[in-house]
Design a protein. Structure first.
Length: 433
């Protein structure tokens, strides 16, 4: 975890104090269930809740000697509970604590991520509605294609993040499982009812079959869902970065008073936030692969996954949380230049209307091949003039066109509003679904 890219609420979930508190609750709830089943004295369960405590520094000191984190934790708690602490961890194994704790942490982290996504979606909807009919050029292969609206660009982002939110909800459901099944997962030394009790108290579902560990396909799916959301962040960030290029400058990140863009060039206003988001997205995606590699463990368990998860659990969730928060700020404060969008729309002499003319000529009885040739030979003249020539005027002077279309009919094909007649339909699909 890099403090520069971390927010306190998410970071707190992964702090040692939080982790050990979850461990304590798992152990205490399990002892409660064991007491109800008559396996341990009820006084022991009560003593654990009443006297149980721990100190992170003391656990670390014990672990330095015993080389086992769960044993170090249990030893420290026992120092507070006293003689009845011997009834803790009855029939359990370390993975029962570690895996269930990780599930709790990921669930809590996901709830924060979902809140962040809701705020981002709200910002995207607000800006999309603001620019619903703000005309801009659509690009394919980075080249001018046909007109669209800036609102539609943002509506697409909204729909994509809405899908990401649904994937995150499913990932949360899949990761929210509890395993308290003992060595190799057979429940030989602990009753399945203990697991059910702990699951209920910790807000989890029981793992149907654990082999001493919760199967890591669940975690692989979880981190893959985070990676897809990160990719969506990069997609929108890349769009903003392109739109902020000097040659385009249709939108740009908010540049605050006193902000500096370059140590060398005072004129610079760089897309630093969206460039940063691109890098953060790469990091979140990078955690998906080791999560998938964790699926294949030896037999009933090994700990090759453990070191990986100590990295990717905190880092992926903390980084994505920060990225969602930063992207929301970019969207909310994004400076949009409709006049520049219109200027860019107009700069290539009407080439953006070429398809409408092509289709009109085919409707007038010309073969598609001939219609394409007629429009293209005029369009290339405009292209080679860098927009100095007008496609409309060239077509008016083309005898093959004038023989099949009147000037009024031709001029109608250059009506910008034509391209926006279904914007309402698309918005209804996106925002009313």
């Amino acid at each position: 975890m890099v403090p520069r890219y971390a927010r306190p609420e998410m970071t707190a979930i992964w702090e040692p104090e939080s982790k050990f508190r979850i461990w304590f609750e798992i152990e205490a709830h399990a002892t409660d269930a064991l007491a109800e089943l008559g396996v341990v004295p009820k006084s022991a369960a009560e003593a654990i809740w009443e006297k149980g405590a721990f100190e992170v520094d003391r656990i670390d000191a014990i672990e330095a000697e015993v080389k086992h984190d769960v044993i170090a934790f249990l030893t420290n708690v026992a120092e507070h509970v006293g003689e009845e602490a011997r009834f803790m961890h009855q029939g359990m194994t370390s993975s029962d604590v570690l895996d269930t704790c990780l599930s709790v942490q990921l669930v809590r982290a996901t709830d924060i991520l979902l809140e962040k996504m809701d705020v981002l979606l709200s910002a995207l909807k607000t800006r999309a509605e603001e620019h619903k009919y703000t005309a801009t050029i659509g690009r394919s292969h980075g080249i001018h294609a046909e007109p669209t609206t800036f609102g539609l660009k943002l509506a697409q982002a909204y729909a994509e993040f809405a899908r990401g939110r649904e994937r995150l909800i499913e990932a949360r459901r899949e990761i929210a499982t509890c395993a308290v099944s003992g060595a190799v997962g057979t429940f030989a030394n602990i009753d399945p009812r203990v697991e059910a009790h702990v699951a209920e108290k910790m807000g989890l579902e029981i793992e149907p079959v654990s082999t001493q560990v919760i199967p890591r396909d669940r975690h692989a799916a979880y981190f893959a869902a985070l990676a897809v959301i990160a990719s969506s962040i990069e997609r929108l960030a890349t769009e903003v970065r392109h739109l902020q290029r000097t040659e385009v400058l249709e939108a740009e990140e908010y540049f605050s008073p006193g902000q500096k863009g370059s140590s060398a060039m005072p004129h610079k206003r760089n897309p630093v936030l969206t460039e940063n988001l691109t890098g953060l997205a790469r990091m979140v995606r990078s955690y998906a692969l080791p999560a998938m590699e964790n699926v294949a463990l030896w037999h009933e368990r090994d700990i090759s996954h453990s070191s990986v998860e100590r990295y990717i659990g905190p880092d992926a969730t903390i980084t994505l949380d920060f990225a969602l928060h930063r992207l929301t700020g970019v969207v909310e404060k994004l400076v949009v230049y409709p006049e520049r969008m219109q200027k860019n729309l107009d700069r290539m002499g009407g080439l953006v209307h070429s398809q409408r003319v092509l289709l009109a000529l085919t409707q007038a009885g010309i073969s598609r091949e001939d219609a394409y040739r007629i429009v293209q030979r005029n369009a290339m003249k405009v292209w080679e003039s860098d927009g100095e020539l007008s496609l409309l005027e060239l077509l008016k002077s083309d005898s093959d066109v004038s023989a099949n279309m009147s000037e009024a009919e031709l001029e109608d094909k250059f009506n910008l509003d034509y391209h926006f007649k279904h914007v309402d339909t698309i918005f209804d699909r996106v925002f009313k679904s």
